[in-house]
Write a protein that binds this ligand. Structure first.
Ligand code: LMR
Length: 400
C-alpha cells in the first residue's frame, strides 16, 4: 500500500549533518546546523547543566508522573521572567500565559495553531530570508505565509526601508514574525532605534508581533540586553506572542525544552487563552517531557546556578566572536577578493557569507566543509584549528 510513496528530500539544515556523517575524510567540518562546539570541536554540556542534573538525581522525592498539559509551573513562571524581566508589569498583572513546549519549533507550532483557530487575521509575514522551518511550521499550523523585506545582499545588512514599506502595507492585524535577536540566518539585527520605529509602525497598524527568541544571551552575551526588543513591545501594553528555546543558550538541544508565552491585555483573557492552548496541545503530544524543563527551572531559580549560567553563556558568545575575528583576519591575510567585514559585523551564531550555492557545493566537494546552500555558516562550529581550512576553502571558491 505504500509503494507509491516517493522519496522526500533531506531537510535543508538537518540534512547537512546527515551528509557530513557519511563523509569519511578527516578534514570534514560541519558548519551547517546551529549547534555549539568547543575549541576542540566537541559538543558542550554546560557545567551548570551537569550540576542541575546532579541535584535532580539526588532528590529522591522526584517522580516521573505526567506533567500538566501546560508543563512545569515553575519552569513557565521563570521562563516568562527571563524574557520579560523580573519587574514586568504584564507578569505582575497576570496578563501573560506561558506553556512549556517542545523547544522553539514546538512553541512556534502551538502558537501558530492557536492563532489559526482564534485570531481573525490568518496571514503571517516572515522576514526574507528566515529560518527555513518557519515556513513549514506556520503553513502546517493553518496560516498563510507571506514575507517582508529584511536583508539587503548589496550591503549584507538590514534593508530597513524595505522592511518599513512592507510592514506598512501588510493588512491591519496581520501577524509579523520577528527574530528577537541574532537573526537566523543573516546575523543582522535592527538597532534599538530601528526596533522602536518598527514597534511604532506595527502598533499603529495593529500588526501582531510573534517573537522567535532562540538565541537570548547569544547576540550580546547579556540575557537582558538580548531581550530588549521583546520588552519594548510588552512595555507599551499591547499583545504579543513569544516562542523561547533553551536549545542554544543552555545547550539543551536534544532535551527539546522551550516555552510559548502569550501576552494579553487582561488576566481573564490570558486564562481563557491558556484554556484554548490546552486544547491545541492535548491531542498533539498530550503534555511535555519533564527532564529538560526541570533542569532549566533548577538553574533559573537558584541565584548561584543562574550566575554560573550567565558566565558560561558569555564564554560561548565570546568564543564565537573570536572565531569571527579569526576568520576575517585569515581572509584579509590571504587577500581574498571582496569585503568580508560583515563577518565581524553580523552577530549571533551565524554568518551569512554571501557565498552562492555553487560555491558552497564546491567547498563541500573539495574541502569537505558542510554548510547550508544559502551560504550560512555556523560560527559556533568553527575553532582556531579549523579557521585556516575554512579560509582556504572560501578563498578558492571565490577565486576559481
Ligand atoms: C539551525 O538553524 O541550524 C538551528 O535552529 C537548528 C535547526 O533546528 O534548524
Amino acid at each position: 500500500v505504500f509503494s507509491n510513496v516517493v522519496q522526500a528530500p533531506e531537510d535543508p539544515i538537518l540534512g547537512v549533518t546527515v551528509a557530513y556523517n557519511k563523509d569519511t575524510s578527516p578534514l570534514k567540518l560541519n558548519l551547517g546546523v546551529g549547534a555549539y562546539r568547543t575549541e576542540e570541536g566537541k559538543p558542550l554540556v554546560l557545567n551548570v547543566v551537569r550540576k542541575a542534573e546532579q541535584h535532580l538525581v539526588n532528590d529522591s522525592s522526584r517522580v516521573k508522573e505526567y506533567l500538566p498539559i501546560v508543563g512545569l509551573a515553575d519552569f513557565n513562571k521563570l521562563s516568562a521572567k527571563l524574557i520579560l524581566g523580573d519587574d514586568s508589569p504584564a507578569i505582575r498583572e497576570n496578563r501573560v500565559t506561558t506553556v512549556q513546549c517542545l523547544s522553539g519549533t514546538g512553541s512556534l507550532r502551538v502558537g501558530g495553531e492557536f492563532l489559526a483557530r482564534h485570531y481573525h487575521e490568518r496571514t503571517i509575514y516572515l522576514p526574507k530570508p528566515t529560518w527555513g522551518n518557519h515556513i513549514k511550521v506556520f503553513n502546517l499550523a493553518g496560516l498563510t505565509v507571506k514575507n517582508y523585506s529584511y536583508y539587503d545582499p548589496s550591503t549584507r545588512g538590514l534593508n530597513f526601508q524595505g522592511l518599513l514599506e512592507d510592514l506598512g502595507s501588510a493588512p491591519p492585524g496581520a501577524i509579523i514574525l520577528l527574530h528577537a535577536c541574532a537573526h537566523n540566518p543573516t546575523g543582522v539585527d535592527p538597532t534599538p532605534q530601528q526596533w522602536e520605529q518598527i514597534r511604532h509602525l506595527m502598533r499603529s497598524r495593529s500588526l501582531l508581533p510573534f517573537f522567535d527568541s532562540a538565541y537570548q544571551g547569544f547576540a550580546s552575551g547579556s540575557l537582558d540586553q538580548d531581550a530588549q526588543p521583546v520588552r519594548m513591545f510588552v512595555a507599551d501594553g499591547g499583545e504579543c506572542l513569544i516562542a523561547q528555546s533553551y536549545a542554544k543558550n543552555m545547550g539543551l538541544y536534544g532535551e527539546r525544552v522551550g516555552a510559548l508565552s502569550i501576552v494579553c491585555k487582561a488576566s481573564d483573557v490570558a486564562s481563557r487563552v491558556e484554556s484554548q492552548l490546552k486544547l491545541v496541545i492535548r491531542p498533539m503530544y498530550s503534555n511535555p517531557p519533564i527532564h529538560g524543563a526541570s533542569i532549566v527551572a533548577t538553574i533559573l531559580k537558584d541565584s548561584n546556578l543562574y550566575q554560573e549560567w550567565t558566565v558560561e553563556l558569555k564564554a560561548m558568545a565570546d568564543r564565537i566572536i573570536t572565531m569571527r575575528q579569526k576568520l576575517f583576519d585569515a581572509l584579509r591575510e590571504k587577500g581574498t577578493p571582496g569585503d568580508w567585514s560583515h563577518i565581524i559585523k553580523q552577530i549571533g551564531m551565524f554568518t551569512f557569507t554571501g557565498l552562492n550555492s555553487e560555491q558552497v557545493a564546491f567547498m563541500t566537494k573539495e574541502y569537505h566543509i558542510y554548510m547550508t546552500s544559502d551560504g550560512r555558516i555556523s560560527m559556533a562550529g568553527l575553532s582556531s584549528r579549523t579557521v585556516p581550512h575554512l579560509a582556504d576553502a572560501i578563498h578558492s571558491a571565490v577565486t576559481r
